[in-house]
Design a protein around this ligand. Structure first.
Ligand SMILES: *Cc1c(COP(=O)(O)O)cnc(C)c1O
Length: 230
């Protein structure tokens, strides 16, 4: 099932790219494996997947030693400062930086390991009260504030769009995030490079790709529905 799902998602990404004249190689598919057992990750690995996304630090820490070391682990979920230590030497990127205190703590912890860790700034594009993330109008000041931290490197923006059965409704949020990233990138701020846009999930990744996503985070579409009751 994972094999067929992967083929289908990859084909849909390729078609979305074709519709807007993008090169599919510009889009990285992150297989969001949260709640799924390592056997399923292994199966995806055998189909060629090397980018995995987890949203809980302990879960990433626990899965990490069970799987091959050439996997790139993306921390995509809300991160508490006291849990950074579980993943700082395991994550290739943290997609969910949403406060200056968190950015500071990540930089400090990375410093202890002699690392400079790539991070994305999570933006709450739809201004949903239930969501984490920096408000769009505050991103500029936030970027400047954390750009001076020595052990993080700002590599772009991330958003979790509202849940909807109509993906077209999220187009405006993806388009606005892209615009924000282009505007910030044009300012050439030290230590800031807007090369990545992490946006799009199972329900809306094609629209996100059409609007410029460089990373899509797909869980259900690859691994099937999650069961939170076990
Ligand atoms: C769970 C999760 C996803 C994947 O969601 P699906 O709808 O299953 O594709 C993507 N991004 C984040 C931040 C997540 O927590």
């Amino acid at each position: 099932m994972i094999k067929e799902n992967l083929k289908e998602v990859e084909a849909r990404i390729a078609m979305a790219c074709e519709r807007v004249g993008r090169d599919p190689n510009e889009v990285t598919l992150i297989a969001v494996s949260k709640t799924k057992p390592v056997e399923m990750l292994q199966e995806a690995y055998e189909e060629g997947v090397r980018e995995f996304g987890e949203n809980k630090p302990q879960e990433m820490r626990d899965k990490y030693p069970c799987l091959p070391s050439d996997i790139h682990w993306h921390m995509i979920g809300h991160l508490q400062r006291n849990k950074i230590k579980y993943i700082i030497d395991k994550a290739c990127m943290i997609h969910s930086v949403d406060s200056a205190r968190l950015a500071q703590a990540i930089s400090e912890e990375a410093g202890k390991h002699g690392l400079v860790i790539p991070v994305l700034i999570e933006v709450n594009m739809a201004k949903e009260e239930s969501k984490f993330g920096i408000m769009p109008e505050e991103v500029w000041a936030f970027v400047r504030e954390i750009s001076t931290l020595p052990n993080i490197r700002i590599e772009g923006l991330m958003t979790i769009a509202p849940f909807t059965v109509h993906p077209e409704e999220n187009r405006i949020h993806f388009r606005n995030l892209k615009k924000l990233s282009v505007d910030i990138g044009a300012k050439n701020i030290d230590n800031v490079n807007m090369r990545h846009l992490s946006m799009g999930m199972t329900g809306d990744f094609e629209v996100a790709v059409e609007e410029g996503a460089t990373m899509v985070r797909v869980g259900t579409g690859i691994f099937g529905a999650r069961d939170y009751t076990v």
